[in-house]
Write a protein that binds this ligand. Structure first.
Ligand code: GDP
Ligand code: IMO
Ligand code: MG
Length: 436
């Protein structure tokens, strides 16, 4: 029994949803600790295929408490839609809770996200337009409304008045239509009616769970390369998907976390703008996109694809203090004759770096240095143990582990819940991340 943070180790869409769904079969509590409905965490199990946006991916286990944590930004309208979809599929939502301290994404945040992207001209961030950046900006500016405010109508009304004074000016400057306070208040009262019984103070609940040594999963959204502080700023999201924020966003002491699992695809993908050194603009890139079904779960945008980035994984492993990797989508590489791995970035000066992440303007100019590995050219989809994997696939995974300096705990070979297994092999190459 332990507290495990599950975080994205690349640019997002690593397969966090399916890993959480698998691990949640044994979990007492799952908490989403940051982000909002910009997430699309795909889960395929006996309830069908679902792209979860806000609801934690442990929701399919009726015995698991699922909490949307205080580090999240919650659009109640989007949440209600998602709840309706899950209920229609027969999923029991009686253990779904929302932290009273989570911020609310209001309709004007979505509008501002659109207007701000448009105002950026050519230099867009490629946001999901779900209002995430404006909602976190209001949180930091202390102009946000919180989910718990729905329970205090008078307080909510005055907070809304206060917020709209600046929000409407911003909207007008950016060429949009100002929003009406009364209409928004009424919308909030409708949300209150539908969500009030799920709004909780998470502290007593989690305190008890930690004291009783329950099994707790902290679910991250996106990945380290889009972290507000450590990602490819400004082409990042407006919160911290790294494990250091997991305790704060969930509402647990930092030292309660025992394990950090970095979820990592066997190759690389990114959706949205910004530098992506390993991006392929050739037939291999196209092949990865088609074989991997690499289209955004939230926006449907085609994902940019490339080979595995060993520099990014070393950075991700260190920053997150990963204790293990979960490698997903190994099967997507099944038919390749040769597979490349990026093991360094060549700077414009000619110098090759392997163990640090250059800042954004430099990252635009680096060229990846590749190693070539032989493909296994046989299907891995039916593999259910380490020993079932072809030797070339084992060697490839060992190399990824070596570049991360972290052992591999799980491998997935298909999107279904049972197409995943715990690794029982010994990884002698693993170094403690803190020693890198
Ligand atoms: P998340 O946001 O990190 O949860 O990842 P997404 O759900 O956005 O993207 C992962 C995609 O890959 C989804 O369509 C999953 O169904 C799919 N997927 C996850 N693991 C595997 C795997 O091992 N093999 C294959 N072929 N697909 C997978
Ligand atoms: P999951 O949880 C992939 C990207 C956007 C954009 C940047 C900022 O499924 O991994 P935002 O809307 O957050 O202000 O956009 O982050 N982005 C994602 N990319 N998967 C996601 O979520 C993403 N959420 C945001 O494309 O580049
Ligand atoms: Mg996703």
């Amino acid at each position: 029994m332990s507290v495990t943070a599950v975080v994205g180790a690349q640019w997002g869409d690593e397969g966090k949803g399916r890993i959480i769904d698998y691990l949640a079969q044994q979990a007492d509590v799952v908490i989403r600790f940051q982000g909002g409905d910009n997430a699309g965490h795909t889960v395929i199990n006996q309830y069908g295929k679902h792209a979860l946006h806000l609801i934690p991916s442990g929701i399919f286990n009726p015995n698991t408490q699922n909490i949307i944590g205080s580090g999240c930004v919650v659009n109640p309208g989007a949440l209600l839609d998602e709840m309706a979809q899950l209920e229609a599929a027969g999923v029991d939502l009686s253990n779904l809770w929302i932290s009273a301290r989570a911020q609310m994404v209001m309709p004007y945040h979505r509008l501002l996200d659109e207007l701000e992207e448009a105002a950026r001209g050519e230099d867009t961030i490629g946001t999901t337009k779900r209002g995430i950046g404006p909602a976190y900006a209001d949180k930091a500016a202390r102009a946000g409304l919180r989910i718990g405010d729905l329970l205090q109508p008078e307080w909510l009304e005055s907070r809304l008045d206060n917020a709209l004074r600046t929000v409407n000016r911003k909207i007008e400057i950016l060429g949009g239509e100002p929003v009406d306070g009364q209409e928004l208040y009424e919308l909030c009262m409708a949300y209150r009616q539908k969500l009030a019984t799920r709004i909780v103070d998470t502290v007593p609940l989690l305190r008890r769970a930690v004291q009783e040594r329950r099994s707790i999963l902290l679910e991250g959204q996106l990945g380290v390369m889009r972290d507000l502080d450590w990602g490819i700023y400004p082409y990042v999201t407006s919160s911290n998907p790294t494990a250091a924020y997991a305790s704060s966003g969930a509402g647990l002491p930092a030292r309660a976390i025992d394990r950090v699992i970095g979820v990592v695809k066997a190759y690389s993908t990114a959706v949205g703008d910004g530098p992506f050194p390993v991006e392929l603009h050739d037939a291999d890139g196209e092949r990865l996109r088609e074989l991997g079904g690499e289209y955004g779960a939230t926006t449907g945008r085609p994902r940019r694809c490339g080979w595995f980035d060993g520099v990014a994984i070393g950075y991700a492993a260190w920053l997150n203090g990963m204790t293990g990797l979960a490698i997903t989508k190994l099967d997507v590489l099944d038919t390749f004759e040769t597979i490349k791995i990026c093991v360094g970035y060549r700077l414009p000066s000619g110098e090759v770096i392997t163990d640090s992440m250059p800042d954004t303007p430099v990252l635009f100019q680096v060229t990846p240095v590749y190693e070539e590995w032989p493909g296994w050219q046989t299907s891995t989809q039916a593999c259910r143990r380490w020993a079932d994997l072809p030797p070339a696939a084992q060697a490839y995974i060992r190399r990824l582990s070596e570049l991360a300096g972290v052992k591999v705990d799980y491998v997935s070979v298909g999107p279904e819940r049972d197409q995943m297994f715990e690794v029982d092999a010994v990884f002698t190459t693993a170094a403690a991340p803190a020693s890198r």
